[in-house]
Design a protein around this ligand. Structure first.
Ligand SMILES: [Fe+2]
Ligand SMILES: [Fe+2]
Length: 332
């Protein structure tokens, strides 16, 4: 739990002693598999790593609204429009919980947003792919939100309290997202021959990018080991990817569709699901900003941020006015 270790203003010797006590407390909390809270002392590298991961996650939720918002006005019925709108709105909420969690580590939402709109911050490469058909809404829900669940359920137990708690609510909503995507695909797969082709085409296009959502292979994932030692990450990228493949391999049978990977099989020796090779060069290209929609996504986010300037100004002015009124009441 929180320990009031405040090194500021101490002599160098005292500061070193306080840091050592803080480190000891931190190590004890991690060893007990308990939680670090914002007021606890934590190593700078732990703080930096969390800010990187949480802000990247928040940006992904925010940018991730775009490929689906693209279909709100064109969804095939009022019911589909309202479901999709609710889903996209959930993603906005996820972004906000996560920005709040990152703010408890001393980085402001403004700083994170500025980094995003300046093109300096990363977000999940999956959201740089286009959504040309309605079936893409099904494939995103089933596969992209499905991969997000596999990744995020273990994060509910992340050692940093505000992050783990934010993930609990996020995961509940992601389950709804995945089911609505599956249901869209199920309906298309049982529809006209053209709808069935459309559903299969979307599954084919989203398959590899969704597998890449788990990040690079374990032997090429520099941050994973430390992240697991700190109990932020609980399973390796390849482990989670294999679980996801197993889940998809079973569920695709219910859809009556197929996954575009003939190498998928359950490996009796490792007791894990294997899959075919992935094009990691493409992954790196998209991550480096050269994917099909990177420029468009960033430009849209930047202009939405600029267009919203008046709302932020109005909210700040209102908050200042409220604070002044409250101060007057206290003084009276
Ligand atoms: Fe989300
Ligand atoms: Fe989602």
């Amino acid at each position: 739990m929180a320990q009031d270790v405040q090194p500021g203003g101490e002599s160098a010797q005292n500061q070193a002693a306080l840091e050592a006590a803080g480190q000891e407390n931190f190590d004890r909390i991690i060893a007990k598999d308990s939680r670090i809270e914002p007021r606890d002392w934590m190593p700078n590298a732990y703080r930096r790593s969390l800010v990187r991961q949480i802000s990247q996650h928040a940006h992904s939720e925010i940018i991730g609204m775009q490929p689906e918002a693209n279909w709100i006005s064109r969804a095939p019925s009022l019911k589909r429009k309202s479901i999709l709108m609710a889903k996209v709105q959930d993603e906005a909420g996820h972004g906000l919980y996560l920005y709040s969690a990152a703010e408890t580590l001393g980085t402001t939402r403004d700083e994170m947003t500025d980094a995003l709109v300046a093109g300096k911050a990363r977000y999940s490469s999956i959201f740089n792919y286009p959504t040309p058909t309605w079936a893409d809404m099904g494939a995103i829900g089933w596969m992209v939100d499905g991969a997000a669940i596999c990744n995020q359920v273990p994060l509910c137990r992340a050692s940093y309290g505000p992050y783990g708690r934010a993930m609990v609510r996020v995961c509940k909503e992601e389950s709804f997202h995945q089911r609505q995507g599956f249901e869209i695909l199920l309906e298309l797969a049982n529809g006209t021959p053209e709808q069935r082709v459309m559903a299969q085409d979307a599954v084919n296009r989203w398959y590899a990018p969704s597998l890449m959502m788990f990040g690079p292979p374990d032997d090429d994932s520099p941050n994973s080991k430390q992240s697991m030692a700190w109990n932020i990450k609980r399973f390796s990228n390849d482990e989670l990817r294999s679980r996801f493949v197993g889940m998809m391999a079973e569920q695709v049978k219910v859809l009556g569709l197929s996954l575009p990977d003939e190498a998928i099989h359950f490996n009796e020796d490792t007791k894990k699901w294997d899959h075919g090779p992935l094009d990691w060069d493409e992954f790196k290209e998209v991550l480096a900003g050269r994917g099909p929609c990177n420029a468009q996504r960033l430009e849209r986010r930047r202009s939405a941020h600029e267009d919203g300037a008046w709302v932020r100004e109005a909210a700040s002015a209102y908050a200042a006015k409220q604070a002044a009124t409250n101060a007057q009441k206290v003084a009276a």
